[in-house]
Design a protein around this ligand. Sequence first.
Ligand code: 13P
Length: 250
Amino acid sequence: MRKPIIAGNWKMNKTPSEAKALVEALKPLVADAGCDVVVCVPALDFAAVKEAAEGSNIGVGVQNMHWKESGAYTGELSAAMIKEAGAQYVIIGHSERRQYFAETDETVNKKVLAAVAAGLIPIVCVGEKKEEREAGYTNPLVTYQTQIALTGLTAAQVENVVIAYEPVWAIGTGLTATDEQANETIGVIREAVAAVYGKETAEKVRIQYGGSMKPSNAKGLMEQPEIDGGLIGGASLKAEDFAKVVHFDA
Ligand code: 13P
């Protein structure tokens, strides 16, 4: 019922010319994809990526935004700028932004509200650190992160939001949550949505897994009933690898 969505998060990788080449290489490899395919790219690469993806089935997005409409916020980008540039998606609250750029659950919520108001689809990241999992805090933590991030949206708006469960300990480490761990925690996130917006809404929300997802483990993860896609870091930087994740069932 939920269409899977596989998104690449390129992070701070690829110059505009490299970005164009990657999308050109990717286009034929994912043209027959059975899921939504998205690349979230550095803002400076966006124009090149948008042009290269034109007429293809590759959706495009960026990796961060500010919640204010405009003003004296040096270095920041508004939702209106991102929307007018042609983006459909924006990653919000990635753990690297929480860790290195002082994002909080409150700023994540402000950004989600501004993104939705501008007609962008936020890919909202939640997930626990290693010590939080070991201390048994995973479920209350992802519940809290999810509910705060969505506060102020209507149920109809929540339906279109994409959530990415990214256990921080699995990002860029080669460690992946087991299929069962990922499925179980994504189930908890879905219950957190249901508790506020109702079961019907929660059943429509697409929830991805992210954290060292790659060709060799994509199928097992994607076979889990709660997992509706992936947010892919390292493996999204090579067209062949990303295409293999997109074709997880091939
Ligand atoms: P890796 O796939 O490199 O672990 O990164 C995951 C991630 O952070 C996607 O947003």
